[in-house]
Design a protein around this ligand. Structure first.
Ligand code: NIG
Ligand code: ZN
Length: 411
């Protein structure tokens, strides 16, 4: 396999403690992984070389929360929200009806377009969820399509109790036949633990059933109001609890104690990551998740797009990171780490070997992601700017210049 030397990197944000931010840097890529990282003046020879022209580079974004398998349009719902209506979970049914009506080829094509758009925006590792099928065959179809298109698949049959269904019977279906049909395509199970969706008791049943089937746990929690999502996620050892807009002091303390920051568990790979979704908070006019306070409490945080047609119709991680800096009060370094290594931690993909009993990733790749370090997957995002702070300094500008995923140029 030939090696590639990339030089002309004015600023390289490695998200790796030992190297930090390097000026006048270079990397060597070989066999889909970083083989060398350092100052350009010290770079070894390689088979090919390319000069990036004095640009900034950073790890590819790890988008650990999206819902990309859907059809239909909900722009009218969004417009009504901008005119003052509140967001309610019930809108999920509108997308579910349109998704069920789509044929396999049409749905696969919509998904492929969305994955391409994410990739063109610097995302090199992508999770997506089911949750707009809500019948056994429709959820299995969504999971199978997702497994062919993204790196990580999450079963979210517990997204909404479909119209006309009995909540207890539907929860039973999710934990039984639906889980059995979807599990072969998925690595994770998730539940929307919220008023209007699933109660804490139903959520616990779903998560415990998923765990018994060998899936890792994720939770949508504390989005629309205070609730039991965080408590449940930490108690059951979920890899991530997402949204986290409405947190009590106890919730902050729980997430702090289960994170790898000051006073936290310090055992990487066991933390419950708090995933914040800045674009969703803007689109629903929700109070922004307290990302800075979570960090101060010792929590590990991730930033993700939550791309979906109801609450966050963007896969732009550049936008999410810029917003986290501008609106959530994170420093640039904190925001970049949350959108790269934080996402990798939320997917337990920041280390080489998978924990015993964990299912393989849909992408089949086992190289660690989220940092620019020797041995890590060569996921590189090059900006059309000399420094990464341009992500917040010039919000909304087309700053992605080039993207390498596992050593292959994808944008
Ligand atoms: N909150 C639950 N699910 C999605 C929204 C789904 C929808 O409204 O279609 C979310 O993460 O925001
Ligand atoms: Zn979501």
């Amino acid at each position: 396999m030939s090696s590639l030397l990339l030089t002309g990197i004015a600023e390289l944000t490695t998200v790796e403690e030992s190297t930090g931010v390097l000026r006048d840097a270079a990397v060597v890529v070989e066999d889909g992984r970083f083989a060398w990282v350092g100052r350009a003046q010290d770079a070894p020879a390689a088979d090919d070389a390319r000069d990036l022209g004095g640009r900034a580079a950073l790890p590819g974004w790890v988008d650990s929360h999206s819902h990309l398998v859907f059809d239909g349009d909900r722009s009218a719902e969004f417009e009504a929200r901008m005119a003052g209506r509140d967001y309610a979970a019930g809108g999920i049914q509108v997308t579910t009806d349109a998704t069920r009506a789509a044929d396999d080829a049409g749905l696969a094509s919509l998904l492929a377009q969305r994955v391409r758009a994410a990739s063109a925006g610097g995302t090199t590792y992508l999770e997506t969820k089911t949750g707009y099928g809500l019948t056994v065959p429709d959820e299995a179809r969504s999971a199978a399509l997702a497994a062919a298109a993204v790196d990580e698949v999450t079963f979210l049959g517990a997204h909404l109790v479909p119209t006309g269904a009995d909540p207890e019977q539907y929860t039973q279906l999710v934990c039984g036949d639906m889980l059995e049909a979807v599990a072969p395509h998925a690595r994770w199970i998730d539940v929307f633990c919220e008023r209007g969706a699933f109660t804490p008791a139903q959520s616990r049943r779903v998560l415990e059933a998923g765990r018994a089937a060998g899936l890792g746990l994720r939770v949508h929690g504390n989005q629309l109001g205070p609730g039991a999502g965080v408590d449940l996620a930490v108690e059951l050892g979920a890899a991530s609890v997402d949204h986290v807009n409405h947190l009590s002091d106890e919730d902050l303390a729980r997430l702090g104690a289960s994170g790898t920051g000051a006073g936290g568990v310090k055992v990487e790979g066991t933390e419950t990551v708090a995933t914040v979704l800045p674009a969703c908070d803007l689109s629903t006019r929700a109070p922004l998740a307290p990302a800075k306070r979570l960090l101060q409490a010792g929590a590990t945080i991730a930033i993700a797009s939550n791309c979906n047609p109801g609450t966050s119709y963007t896969s732009s991680m550049n936008f999410c990171v810029g917003t986290a800096v501008l609106q959530m009060g994170l420093s640039l370094a904190e925001a970049i780490e949350a959108a790269t290594l934080g996402g990798a931690r939320a997917l337990r993909a920041d280390r080489e070997s998978l924990a015993a009993g964990t299912r393989p990733r849909a992408s089949g790749s086992e190289a660690p992601i989220g940092r620019i370090a020797v041995g890590h997957r060569a996921d590189l995002h090059v900006l059309d700017a000399p420094a990464a702070i341009h992500l917040a300094y010039r919000p909304g500008m087309p700053l992605t210049h080039a993207v390498w995923r596992a050593g292959e140029r994808v944008a």
